[in-house]
Design a protein around this ligand. Structure first.
Ligand SMILES: *[C@@H]1O[C@H](CO)[C@@H](O)[C@H](O)[C@H]1NC(C)=O
Ligand SMILES: *[C@@H]1O[C@H](CO)[C@@H](O)[C@H](O)[C@H]1NC(C)=O
Length: 242
């Protein structure tokens, strides 16, 4: 078991040589530390299409997962205000930057045809259902997104969220809160614990007009990481042959 203070270093060093979170203030200056196409989404759930009173999300699209990460960052920024200027201390950066890196390095492309679902397809890029990295990352995003919905961390959404299922490898994936809870209660419980921890934080002071919450950095990282680990533990064996 790693001590929780080792975790952010591990996560960041595995992605960036300098181990720095990006400064969201400089996102328009072509800072390529951000995930590709970061500026193409505002992190607003209203950006997803709505059909038959359902918010439609396709987790096999690069942009849809990216949008989810940005929503989670936006919704959670306030709890991490004391850990760095301009929300650089948000623990979700680790997951988001790693996700962008996987895309940039071609991990979501279709084996063996690496030009399908490739970085070059830009904002319309798919994530190949035959990519083991894409499949494992699916479970990570499910843990945090469906956990956030189930724990009402995202508040009252205007419509129910519908994840578009794929017939391919249907039994390898779960596509709703109900289905994922039934199949993988441990992932959902651990993700819920992380969100419940954040939701129970209290404002203890105000700095420069910004409320500061009593979030403990190690605890937040530990709980965030536990959800990541639970998702990986379930996902990895499913893709061991890929
Ligand atoms: C924070 O972001 C703003 C713009 O959003 C920028 O003007 C400011 O310099 C940034 N602060 C730091 C400390 O980087
Ligand atoms: C590989 O994928 C590209 C893009 O989808 C496609 O144009 C090409 O025909 C594929 N090549 C093979 C050998 O399937």
């Amino acid at each position: 078991m790693w001590s929780s203070s080792v975790i952010p270093t591990f996560l960041f060093l595995s992605v960036f040589p300098v181990g720095l979170a990006p400064d969201p203030g400089s996102t328009t200056q072509g800072n390529d530390i951000y995930p590709p196409f970061w500026d193409q989404t505002d992190g607003d759930i209203a950006e997803f299409p709505v059909q038959n009173n359902k918010i439609i999300v396709d987790l096999w699209k690069y942009m849809d997962r990216l949008r989810i990460y940005k929503i989670l960052i936006r919704e959670s920024n306030k709890y991490f205000a004391s850990f760095g200027k301009n929300n650089t201390g948000n623990v979700f950066w680790a997951l988001t930057l790693l996700y962008g890196r996987l895309f940039e390095t071609g991990r979501f492309s279709e084996p063996p045809n690496s030009s399908r679902c490739a970085y070059e397809s830009g904002v319309s890029s798919c994530i190949s259902i035959n990519s083991a990295w894409g499949g494992i990352s699916f479970y990570v995003v499910i843990a945090y997104f469906l956990g956030a919905i189930e724990s009402e961390f995202l508040g009252n959404l205007p419509y129910e969220v519908e994840l578009l299922p794929r017939e391919e490898y249907r039994s390898n994936f779960c596509y709703s809160v109900e289905e994922c809870r039934a199949a993988y209660p441990q992932i959902m419980d651990i993700a819920n614990r992380f969100y419940k921890y954040l939701q129970s934080r209290k404002i203890v002071s105000t700095t420069g007009g910004i409320p500061q919450y009593d979030t403990d950095e190690d605890t937040a990282i530990f709980k965030m990481w536990a959800a990541h680990q639970a998702a990986i533990d379930v996902a990895k064996p499913k893709f061991s042959d890929v």
